[in-house]
Design a protein around this ligand. Structure first.
Ligand code: BG6
Length: 603
């Protein structure tokens, strides 16, 4: 999944494009490039590596012109080389293009075109397909080419014959227009344009837009579309590091506030349940729900697994959880009163978007828990809950994961109260939620202690994360976080499952991070004894009321006591800090880990 930015207006395009690409780099950072159209010529700069490498090692920032396109790449087709870096130019030299997405039938189109290709990319094929249809009508050529394309795209195209025009189009991949007096900017996401304007138009699937410095015309399946201009409340400083060294660190330490923001205005007047304004379902429709199906990918899937346990325990409502990409093709039976809910911080993950569409195709209502306002999944869901966690720039999800956990817990409380949980238990649950910011603050204050433990084990090559019940998904999340930002092999298991196989990994070189709490503590203690018996190191994470028997753990981290349903949130903060400090100790880039992207808009 890539980041794209284009500009046509009065200002110097390369400045605006490079600034935008820097803010989009979390979307893909294998290579970057831009092309400026001036004096009937494309001036191009490309560089393998980051946007800063493009600025340092090429003349990108010195290229002058008021019409341009730029791209930061997450490789799908073709290796990370300069030749495969966007923008691509057609073999006739007239057309330049940037693209986010995958042209699935690129191979057959490539054979049809019979031109000499300079790269291995699907995008260059589309570029030459547009050139193939170009007979002087720029818009017609793009429209004709796209009519043959299968797959997903967000594209911006320039043509030498039209120096002040850009044509953009989207199908599946996000694309927005930013309108300002200084010109029009097109980008994958608001963060790339917010320094220029807060007036945006979210493009829909099959929209093709013809853009000039002062105007833009949107058509969809040959129909003219009246644009809906929205004002976005993103703040530029959201993407500033402030006193922190890394976005991952900043976003971990923002969690007392982001958890507060996820709950703000969502408790009932009698403080015994939650209220959600955007579900777009009547209370009766919610009462009729007899099953819930949760969908997500990556950390969002882990948040679904915790939410499953809470809804089943507190609301006694059966819940299924699926990886969104598996659900899409599983064709499983879903009862009429099943409510589907997808979790996605970006709201752009295509696996989750298409799973939602598959359920909607079967006439099911799908709600969404999303962080990015105006994102695809948010706009196409039946209703939903915004996380209000602010921009998350660190590729490994932290604050957005815990705000998904909080919203999952609030949904569990909502359905529990709807289905008979007592007022008293409801008030206890709400009070537990309201204590979270303070309890998280107390854990963050232990960062020096946690840092020392992370440094002690940072050079180990394998880790096991072990937890029971609603802490098992946090074992999965802990293992994922460590993998994402330190490239150390780590696996998460229900603690009791360890003896059925993973115990084979245990020795003095494979530490185990074991989550201990007051429910079934003796069983977890037995797992720790089995590890110690094989000279394994144990890092125990427990809460204040559950002491670890002496000598059973090599290192201990204690989190404050809280409502049992909310323990997953507190234990998560600890594994986030362990992963962050391990990555830093190994001198790795925790914000832009290799091979990853913030949300993946290709299947
Ligand atoms: C991955 C991200 O690409 O997508 C993960 O690196 C994330 O951090 C996953 O959990 C799902 O993303 P989203 O936006 O759908 O929650």
């Amino acid at each position: 999944m890539c980041g794209i930015v284009a500009y046509v207006g009065k200002q110097n395009a390369s400045q605006i494009i490079l600034e935008g690409l820097k803010r989009l780099e979390y979307r893909g950072y294998d290579s970057a490039g831009l092309a400026i159209l001036k004096d009937n010529e494309f001036k191009i700069a490309k560089q393998v590596g980051r946007v800063k490498d493009l600025i340092t090692h090429t003349n990108a920032s010195k290229i002058v012109g008021t019409t341009g396109i730029g791209h930061t790449r997450w490789a799908t087709h073709g290796a990370v080389t300069e030749a495969n870096t966007h923008p691509h130019i057609s073999s006739c030299g007239k057309i330049a293009i940037i693209h986010n997405g995958v042209i699935e039938n690129y191979y057959s189109l490539k054979k049809f075109l019979n031109v000499k290709f300079k790269s291995e990319t699907d995008t260059e094929v589309l570029c030459n397909l547009i050139a193939h249809f170009y007979k002087g009508n720029f818009l017609q050529a793009v429209t004709d080419a796209l009519s043959l394309v299968e797959g997903t795209y967000g594209i911006c195209v320039m043509c030498k014959d039209f120096p002040d025009e850009i044509i953009a189009a989207r199908l599946g991949s996000p694309l927005i227009i930013g309108a300002s007096k200084e010109g029009n900017v097109i980008a994958s996401c608001v963060s790339a344009i917010i320094s220029l304007t807060d007036k945006v138009i979210y493009l829909n699937d099959n929209d093709i837009v013809h853009i000039t410095p002062t105007n833009f015309n949107i058509i969809n399946n040959l129909e003219k579309i009246t644009p809906i201009i929205q004002t976005v409340n993103w703040k530029v400083e959201d993407s500033d590091l402030k006193q922190y060294k890394h976005f991952m660190q900043k976003e971990i330490f923002e969690q007392p506030t982001t958890i507060e923001d996820a709950m703000r205005g969502r408790f009932s007047a009698d403080n015994s349940t939650c209220v959600f304004g955007g579900l777009n379902l009547t209370e009766q429709e919610l009462r009729n729900v007899d099953r819930i199906h949760l969908l997500g990918c990556g950390s969002a899937w882990h948040a679904s697994l915790v939410t499953e346990q809470l809804i089943e325990k507190y609301a006694q409502l059966p819940v299924d959880v699926d990886y969104a990409h598996e659900f899409r093709y599983r064709d499983m039976p879903i009862s009429d009163n099943t409510l589907l809910i997808c979790f996605s911080q970006s709201g752009e993950t295509i696996d989750t978007l298409l799973a939602m569409k598959e359920a909607q195709r079967k006439r099911h209502k799908v709600l969404a828990v999303v962080n990015v306002v105006g994102s695809n999944i948010a706009r196409q869901a039946h209703g939903g809950i915004y996380q209000h966690a602010g921009t998350e720039i660190g590729v490994a999800s932290t604050k957005c994961f815990t705000s998904q956990l909080v919203i999952g817990a609030m949904l569990a409380l909502y359905f529990a109260r709807l289905r008979g949980m007592s007022y008293e238990l409801g008030v206890q649950f709400v009070n537990g939620l309201k204590q979270l910011p303070t309890l998280i603050e107390a854990i963050l204050q232990q960062h020096e202690h946690i840092k020392k433990i992370a440094e002690k084990y940072a050079h180990k090559k394998n880790f096991l994360f072990l937890g029971r019940l609603n802490l098992f998904p946090i074992a999965l999340e802990g293992a994922l976080k460590l993998k994402e930002v330190s490239y150390i092999h780590a696996e998460g298991y229900p603690a009791a499952e360890m003896k059925h196989g993973p115990i084979a990994l245990i020795n003095e070189h494979c530490p185990s991070i074991v989550f201990v709490n007051n429910s079934i503590v003796n069983k977890v203690v037995s797992s720790m004894q089995e590890i110690k018996a094989r000279h394994g190191k144990v890092i125990a994470i427990t809460n204040s009321s559950t002491p670890i028997p002496t000598g059973l753990a090599d290192d201990v981290i204690i989190v404050p006591d809280c409502h049992e349903a909310l323990q997953p949130i507190l234990y998560t903060i600890v594994v986030q800090l362990i992963s962050y400090y391990t990555s830093i100790t190994l001198n790795l880039d925790c914000d832009k880990p290799r091979n990853l992207a913030k949300s993946v808009t290709v299947e």
